[in-house]
Design a protein around this ligand. Structure first.
Ligand code: PMP
Ligand code: GLU
Length: 395
């Protein structure tokens, strides 16, 4: 048999998507399973966005577009940056891709030479290290602690910078911790990035899902940091459009060109119909976004309160995104329902097998003493999932 390339065989599968697929297949088999896996809003895509896609099909907008996206969408994205972040970008700064996940892969392809280091604060979103590895970069983890709200200090950051450091990833609000950096913290990070001439990959995909205050983009602190920042955003989370696959970046023009070139060979343009829908999403009314945010807030409060009233588990109150990272460290080394809990994988497997509840083990996020719950699901499912947790912990 021909061998498989070393690089590809070193890439782990996405644990969030794996759990989601397992949950969906158990459900399809008729099992009474409750899922808290992939972070995917349970709301439908708003009607005006769907209508824009239907209209695009009717108008024959069904052909290739420029590889980096249509001018209409890039202009809508520039308006969004001005309106929401006070940032001035031109269409030449924007690259539209097949989801923010694709945008991130483009970024690491564009900035990493073999062996270049990318700093990833941990706990991190599961895909970051694998994306860096795909681009021949080296992930360098910057551990954070729950008692510090999962935030690193500037001294911690400086300590991991080497001559090979190319970039740092800032994901605020964070998946999986829900942590949000405040303006002062971001200003300090920006200063270090400028001093050391390192890129900041600022993943702002959860920017509209904050529950206490409005997040700030690190790109707003002056021309030097704006030039070094690659802002990543998309329509998946804010507009319940996960399946439409539209994400985008704003960066300096030279980087945008390179990312567009890479993309032109890999995938050509993002789906033309979805691009038309994304224009309607970005330019459209914000009531549905507000409605979803309020629903997530209510669910967050309920989940955090109940988890912290149970013995053996606890969590911080997340300030953004739609995840709760539940601390299971008190259960490690113990048995639940006859299953030994050596870490988050054991916990997630036992919880799924014995209680039919799917949560994501923290192992894939660099947080093996935790499991992640998504609260982008109905209140009814949340209540049921937590009832089952209570029973499971008593087994
Ligand atoms: N960044 C983070 C932090 C995420 O949680 C996700 C989840 N899907 C993405 C990027 C990618 O989103 P998408 O590809 O659906 O735009
Ligand atoms: N980003 C979401 C999550 O973390 C969706 C799944 C994925 O893209 O990995 O669950």
């Amino acid at each position: 048999m021909s061998s498989i390339a070393k690089k590809a065989s070193g890439i782990s599968p996405s644990s969030t998507l794996a759990i989601d697929a397992k949950f969906k297949s158990m459900k399809a088999q008729g099992l009474d399973v409750v899922g808290f896996g992939a972070g995917e809003p349970d709301f439908d895509t708003p009607q005006h966005i769907k209508d824009a896609a239907i209209e695009a099909i009717k108008q024959g907008k069904t052909k290739y577009t420029p590889a980096s996206g249509t001018l209409e969408l890039k202009q809508a994205i520039c308006r969004k940056f001005k309106r929401d972040n006070g940032l001035d970008y031109e269409p030449a700064n924007i690259v539209v891709s097949n989801g923010a996940k694709h945008s991130l892969v483009n970024i690491f392809m564009a900035i990493c030479n073999p062996g270049d280091e990318v700093i990833i604060p941990a706990p991190y979103w599961v895909s970051y290290p694998e994306m860096v590895k795909i681009a021949d970069g080296v992930p360098v983890f910057l551990p954070t602690k729950e008692e510090n709200d999962f935030k690193f200090s500037i001294e911690d950051l400086k300590a991991v910078i080497t001559p090979k450091t190319r970039a740092i990833i800032i994901n605020s609000p964070s998946n999986p911790t829900g942590m949000v950096y405040d303006e002062e913290e971001l200003r300090e990070i920006a200063q270090v990035a400028v001093e050391h001439d390192i890129y900041v990959v600022s993943d702002e995909i959860y920017e509209h899902l904050t529950y206490e205050g409005k997040p700030v983009s690190i790109a707003t602190f002056g021309d030097a940091i704006k030039d070094l920042t690659i802002v990543v955003n998309g329509v998946s989370k804010t507009y319940a459009m996960t399946g439409w696959r539209i994400g985008y970046t704003a960066s300096n023009v030279a980087l945008a060109k390179v990312m567009s070139n890479v993309q032109s060979h890999a995938t050509s343009n993002p789906n033309t119909i979805a691009q038309a829908a994304a224009v309607a999403a970005l330019d459209g009314p914000t009531e549905t976004v507000e409605m979803m945010r309020n629903a997530f807030l209510e669910r967050r409060n309920y989940m955090v309160d109940r988890i912290n009233r149970m013995d053996g588990v606890s969590c911080l109150c997340p300030h953004g995104a739609f995840y709760v990272l539940m601390n299971i460290s008190k259960l490690i080394g113990k048995e639940i329902a006859g299953c030994y809990i050596g870490g988050s994988d054991d916990f997630a497997n036992a919880f799924l097998e014995k209680a039919n509840v799917a949560v994501v083990p923290g192992s894939g996020f660099g947080a093996d003493s935790y499991v992640r719950w998504s609260y982008a699901t109905s209140m009814e499912s949340i209540k049921e999932g937590l009832d089952r947790l209570e029973k499971f912990l008593a087994m």
